[in-house]
Design a protein around this ligand. Structure first.
Ligand SMILES: Cc1cc2nc3c(=O)[nH]c(=O)nc-3n(C[C@H](O)[C@H](O)[C@H](O)COP(=O)(O)OP(=O)(O)OC[C@H]3O[C@@H](n4cnc5c(N)ncnc54)[C@H](O)[C@@H]3O)c2cc1C
Length: 359
């Protein structure tokens, strides 16, 4: 390999992290291979919220422009105690470039990232599953499920929470699992009143239900109960339930984001609850930093830098989750009163908006 531009790089996983890594490398003239075990691009959405940092990162490639064309700008958050709106606040002033969080279904975000990667000369090879890898000081040897063995200079594991890359490296995924079951429903509800905002309803016993727009009449309902739609205390006529399910949450992070020539990014390196909507955004930031470090030949600093950012983001998400899902009515009451108080003054209001829109 004469220069990094000649490097043979494999990215495992074509989720938002892998696609961003591919796109950001290809944009700099280093076109990697991307493989994904799925047969085709996903039509299911997990992440909804795209934060200002991601919009800044994806601007040079033209992706942000497309995201803005399709996404819904969320400029307000409404907080309910049961059926009563406790208060609503604006995100204006929360970021110098973007005064909103953008809501878009993850499958659409992935599709836009994919198209941009293709535009820069990339191609995703679907139905190709990483089975194992090992490395020496000069190469990484990758084995796929169809028995192929291919040699690369570097590998980026962006293969999600159950990462085979991470397992092959023998890296521990340190943390814990939350005991409760969470639920999700994606619905068409043309008459949903809060269609332009993020709605959070706090219910007794530490229960919480959140509604976020995916499209003008399509919404995501998510809750730390077994049935998000049943738990929602507000009136919503769901005309069509596109998807309904339950899931468990883990709070975990690796201590090392790289071993030798193999790097981890996105959910392969960290996971946490959807509180704060940070997971996909953190993966996009990992991917963009890694691509930049490939181009600048500063790969050594990647692990320390991303570990610190991940730790900070997980702590922030956990802080939100613990307060909004607290079973202690005094903690929740204090939250509502505190936020309502802060929301009265322009300066503190701006700080609150910043808190929600920051990385
Ligand atoms: C209900 C829910 C709501 C969420 N909401 C938000 C939100 O609002 N905002 C936010 O920022 N985040 C949110 N998240 C988190 C977000 O969805 C994830 O952080 C994000 O998808 C991680 O992206 P990724 O590319 O790292 O991993 P993934 O999206 O999991 O992609 C990994 C890819 O790797 C592929 N793969 C796996 N193993 C292999 C293999 N062995 N070989 C080849 N390919 C493989 C998979 O097929 C997949 O395509 C939410 C998560 C959940 C569960």
């Amino acid at each position: 390999m004469d220069s990094m531009n000649d490097a043979r790089i494999l990215i495992v996983g074509a989720g938002p992290t892998g696609l961003t890594a591919g796109l950001e490398l290809a944009r700099r003239g280093i076109v990697p291979d991307i493989i994904d075990r799925k047969e085709q691009a996903s039509t299911l959405s997990r992440a909804v919220g795209i934060l200002p940092r991601s919009l800044d990162i994806l601007r040079p490639s033209g992706v942000t422009e497309k995201l803005l064309e399709e996404g819904i700008k969320l400029e307000n958050i409404s907080l309910y105690r049961g059926r009563t709106e406790a208060f609503s606040f604006s995100l204006n002033g929360g970021h110098p470039n973007w005064e909103f969080g953008l809501a878009l279904a993850q499958d659409r975000t992935e599709s836009i990232l994919h198209d941009a990667f293709v535009k820069y000369g990339g191609r995703v090879k679907y139905s190709t599953e990483l089975q194992d890898l090992n490395q020496n000081s000069e190469n990484v040897f990758v084995t796929t499920a169809d028995g192929m063995r291919v040699e690369y200079d570097y590998v980026i594991g962006a293969d999600g929470v159950q990462s085979i890359t991470r397992k092959a490296l023998g890296i521990d995924f340190i943390g814990f699992d939350l005991p409760e079951t969470w639920s999700i429903a994606d619905v068409d509800a043309p008459d949903w009143e809060n269609h332009d905002r993020f709605t959070m309803c706090m219910l007794p016993g530490g229960k919480v239900v959140v509604v976020a727009p995916l499209e003008r009449t399509r919404f995501r309902v998510i809750s730390n109960t077994a049935d998000a739609l049943k738990t929602l205390p507000l009136r919503m006529h769901a005309k069509n339930i596109r998807r309904k399910g339950t899931f468990k949450i883990s709070i975990r992070q690796v201590a090392n984001y790289s071993v030798g020539r193999v790097f981890l990014a996105g959910d392969a390196a960290h996971c946490h609850s959807p509180a704060g909507g940070r997971g996909m955004n953190l993966g996009i930031a990992d991917a963009a930093e890694l691509a930049g470090r490939f181009a600048n030949n500063t790969l050594d600093g990647y692990s320390v830098s991303r570990y610190a950012d991940g730790k900070r983001t997980i702590a922030a998400s956990e802080q939100i989750r613990k307060v909004v899902a607290s079973k202690n009515p005094i903690v929740r009451g204090t939250l509502v009163l505190g936020l309502a108080f802060i929301n009265q003054f322009p300066f503190t209001k701006k700080l609150l908006a910043k808190r929600f829109l920051s990385d």
